[in-house]
Design a protein around this ligand. Structure first.
Ligand code: IPE
Ligand code: IPE
Ligand code: MG
Length: 241
């Protein structure tokens, strides 16, 4: 990607910070978990819209390393929602040709959930239509720290020389090592921050911060954002050409 500026067509990889479930529920006088359930229901439509928009990779932020700070009721409710979601959606995702991967630190997740995550990854391993990556207990800084730890182990074991560590080497240790960098990062709910999502990978991503709360996000809006991306010029530090 060096040299001249690039006129883009569609984004190959879109990452979404699915925010606003709590406010959506509160606006309706319902508990926050009601919003999380409504939010989970939106995922299918967005995944199914990907092939039509030329999106090969979709990465969604479901639970951050900071989200453990929420009440025990909300955290437990979310973990149970993830288990139910995987169980319920597995067949449909597989039939749609979706390959599912998970990123984030699994160590703190319960065994029942990680077993379901492993099963879904294995079930969908041969699929190629859409690559869906779900970030659970994911934090960009945590990911870089875990990657650095493994890289340091390789150096200590003599498998890697410090002089070989560069911009190509480090990302091989990230959870996302098999994925291209995101081209477009969308955050719903009006907050203009990235909250520790894909820090390394999004260095040159285009961003869209939109007011829609996640449970109201639709394939139509997704399509508009994808189209708008196509009109932007990404320069990667070069002069427009
Ligand atoms: C995003 O919605 C989902 C998670 C972080 C798990 P929020 O729960 O953050 O919703 P708001 O921001 O409180 O509205
Ligand atoms: C980011 O949303 C994490 C997810 C969408 C899973 P948060 O709602 O947790 O982020 P902050 O707290 O507003 O930064
Ligand atoms: Mg939020």
């Amino acid at each position: 990607m060096s040299g001249t500026a690039q006129k883009q067509h569609g984004p190959r990889h879109v990452a979404i910070i699915m925010d606003g479930n709590g406010r959506w529920a509160t606006q309706r006088g319902r508990p926050r978990l009601f919003g999380h359930h409504a939010g989970a229901k939106r995922v299918r439509e967005i995944v199914e819209a990907c092939p039509e928009f030329g999106v090969k990779y979709l990465t969604i932020f479901a639970f951050s390393t900071e989200n453990w700070k929420r009440t025990q009721v909300e955290v437990a409710g979310l973990m149970s929602l993830f288990r139910r979601y995987i169980t319920k959606e597995a067949q449909a995702l597989n039939l749609e040709g979706v390959r599912v991967r998970f990123i984030g630190d699994r160590v703190r997740l319960d065994r029942k959930l990680t077993a379901l995550m492993d099963e879904l990854e294995a079930l969908t391993m041969a699929n190629t239509r859409v690559n869906l990556t779900i970030a659970i207990n994911y934090g960009g800084r945590d990911e870089v720290a875990r990657a650095t730890k493994r890289l340091a182990e390789d150096v200590a074991q003599g498998r890697l020389s410090p002089s070989d560590v560069d911009e190509e080497t480090l990302p091989k240790y990230l959870d996302t090592h098999v994925l291209p960098d995101p081209d477009l990062v969308i955050r719903t709910s009006g907050e203009a921050r990235i909250s520790n999502f894909l820090l390394w990978q999004s260095a040159y991503a285009e961003y869209e911060f939109i007011d829609t709360l996640w449970p109201d996000f639709s394939a139509a809006e997704f399509g508009r954002l994808v189209a708008r991306y196509g009109q932007r010029e990404r320069r990667f530090g070069a002069v427009p050409g």
